[in-house]
Design a protein around this ligand. Structure first.
Ligand code: ATP
Ligand code: MG
Length: 585
């Protein structure tokens, strides 16, 4: 058993570089000689080089890199060479439009090939890429463009007309709009992308960005409040690559499908960068979630590695395993999930339905890459997030005061999940929120705001977000435990649990429950579920109230917005709902 430690390093110390490869890169970052590690001229590291150009030397130029499937099932294929040339053209277009390296390029589009090309072209040009969800309304788009000081926006004609046209000229930094699907454009400052791309140079030498140059600006999901602008640098790519190898078991021979939209960090780190770096073939589906379509695509494309989110898995479960039996999914060999706690029921359902379990993994926009995972080579404990990735030091900490934390060494104790600073994909700031950024760090630890426990075998178990924890009659209750217990009942499709103020208990546990199709929300069922909760969790932890809903409010990245359920319950203002997606009641 390890001794209790109180760490006392000074604030502002330089975080140590934990991983040798990151150190190797930073040593070369100021040199003008070609970097021996990857051959980029002038030294440096560039995500687009790692994802694309590096494959030229490795004989993968003609390999299928990206297969795009339209809503109407049109298929467009891009080899690595195609993506290299197209992204180079995009980088040339940026130069032509007067966007020097370091410019901020935003996208507002569905999952179209141009979005992927623009992301890689922007990085190649040494500029900063920020993807936005195309379903955002005008206000969230504007506030993000303003905060991120956007210089160029890539979008479609219809999104431009509906959401951007009337106000974009008021933004002092935004100098151009690039329209993906326009042949011509009369409005000053608006340009048809295809026409510019046709004329642009397909040989653009990758800009020799340095390890610490800003590469990506990502907005968080907004589950707990106003979304934050998270800054990532080029050396993050080293961990994108490694983590996908470890946590997603991604190999060159795989056909890989990440269902996340690039508007969410998962859709960029693991929907664009990591798979291309590892030289795999990736599938991009333009359409939104649909159970039959997803099964059909998995079968048709012979997907081998599939990365999705608990909300999608719960919807597949809701539709029933019978539907899946009509498809040949024998190519699938690895399933992974991220974004929210994955209920043990869902892991086991995966095994029953696909013959392989879902592998849960944990990370955040701030961590840039997967930090804790159920690897291919480790036994899975359903309901656990898994083990820290090699090179990543994870601890559970308890705050002693506003400056000090202590690490918790005993197993099965609840603490805040903390990461030793210095991993390559660690965020380098919340844009224009310096104080908030600093507040995340204590004595060399990054504090994640999530609570967890660690068992005696080192597996981490998610308890809840610090903000969501319920205090009832002296008990600390994580909503995830209660939601998972409710999910075990065959009538339940989804559950969201909050603490509701109560004069005696402090807070009482209230559950919002969405039922499976065809199940009637009766009083009798409510009583049954309350009884099921008491049996599974004990009276102190079980929900005291259950309210049926058609669906639960979720973010666009598929997370249940418990703060919204709570604010509504208490009659408080809803707060920031810019990322709210489904909200059927
Ligand atoms: P905001 O920070 O704006 O409130 P957010 O935290 O939901 O939004 P993301 O960075 O997309 O934004 O999500 C990271 C969070 O998602 C984690 O802090 C954690 O709470 C949750 N999460 C991610 N993966 C898992 C997982 N495997 N198990 C449990 N929770 C997870
Ligand atoms: Mg967060």
């Amino acid at each position: 058993m390890c001794a209790r430690m109180i760490e006392k390093s000074l604030p502002g110390e330089t975080p140590p570089n934990l991983l040798d490869y990151s150190r190797a890169y930073s040593e070369f970052q100021w040199q003008q000689a070609p970097c021996p590690l990857h051959g980029l001229p002038c030294g440096g590291i560039n995500i687009a080089h790692e994802a694309l150009d590096s494959h030229l030397d490795q004989g993968r130029a003609d390999k299928l890199a990206l297969r795009w499937i339209s809503k109407q099932d049109r298929v467009v294929d891009y080899s690595y060479r195609d993506l290299i040339r197209q992204s180079s053209r995009f980088a040339s277009v940026l130069a032509q439009l007067g966007c020097p390296p370091g410019s901020r390029v935003f996208s507002l589009a569905g999952r179209l090939p141009e979005l992927y090309i623009a992301a890689l072209g922007t990085l190649k040009a040494g500029s900063v890429f920020t993807p936005l969800f195309s379903a955002f309304g005008p206000e969230p788009i504007r506030s993000r463009l303003e905060l991120g000081e956007a210089n160029l926006l890539l979008t479609t004609q219809s999104l431009y007309r509906k959401k951007v046209r009337t106000w974009w000229r008021e933004l002092p930094n935004l100098r151009a709009i690039l329209l993906i699907d326009a042949d011509s454009c009369d409005e000053p400052g608006c340009h048809p992308m295809a026409a510019l791309m046709d004329k642009a140079d397909p040989d653009f030498p990758c800009y020799p960005t340095r390890a610490e140059d800003m590469a990506l600006l990502h907005f968080t999901s907004g589950t707990t409040g106003k979304p934050k602008g998270v800054v990532h640098v080029h050396q993050a790519v080293q961990l994108h690559k490694l983590s996908a190898y470890y946590a997603l078991d991604l190999h060159e021979t795989d056909i890989y499908w990440c269902t996340a939209d690039p508007g969410w960090v998962t859709g960029t780190s693991y929907g664009i960068i990591a798979p291309l770096c590892l030289g795999v073939t990736m599938i991009v589906d333009e359409a939104e979630f649909n159970v039959e379509r997803w099964y059909r695509l998995l079968q048709q494309q012979k997907v081998t590695v599939w990365y999705t989110a608990p909300t999608a898995i719960r919807m597949l479960m809701k539709a029933g395993a019978d539907l899946c039996a009509d498809y040949d999914l024998s190519a699938l060999r690895f399933l992974a999930s991220v974004g929210e706690p994955l209920n043990p029921e869902a892991v086991i359902w995966g095994e029953r339905t696909f013959g392989i379990p879902f592998h849960d993994n944990w990370w955040q926009t701030e961590t840039g890459a997967i930090m804790i995972a159920n690897y291919a080579s480790q036994a899975i404990k359903p309901g656990s997030m898994g083990l820290p990735l090699p090179g990543i030091t994870v601890a559970l900490v308890r705050s002693l005061d506003s400056n000090q934390v202590e690490t918790i060494c005993e197993p099965d104790q609840v603490g805040e999940l903390a990461l030793k600073t210095g991993w390559p994909s660690m965020f380098r700031g919340y844009l224009h929120q310096e104080e908030k950024y600093r507040h995340c760090f204590r004595q060399g630890w990054y504090l994640s705001g999530d609570l967890a426990t660690r068992d005696d075998q080192g597996y981490y178990w998610f308890v809840g977000r610090a903000d969501d924890l319920i205090k009832s009659s002296g008990h600390l209750i994580g909503p995830f435990e209660v939601e998972s217990a409710l999910m075990e009942h065959q009538a339940v499709a989804e559950a969201g649990v909050i603490g509701k103020p109560d004069p005696i208990a402090g807070e009482l546990v209230k559950a919002f429950v969405a039922l499976k199709p065809g199940v009637e929300p009766t009083d009798e069922l409510r009583k049954l579920l309350l009884g099921h909760g008491r049996k599974r969790l004990g009276a102190a932890v079980a929900p005291k109230e259950i309210e049926f809903r058609n669906a639960l409010p979720k973010t666009r990245s598929g997370k249940i917005m418990r703060r919204l359920l709570k604010n509504r319950e208490l009659g408080l203002p809803e707060g920031d709902t810019s990322t709210l997606e489904s909200d059927e009641q």
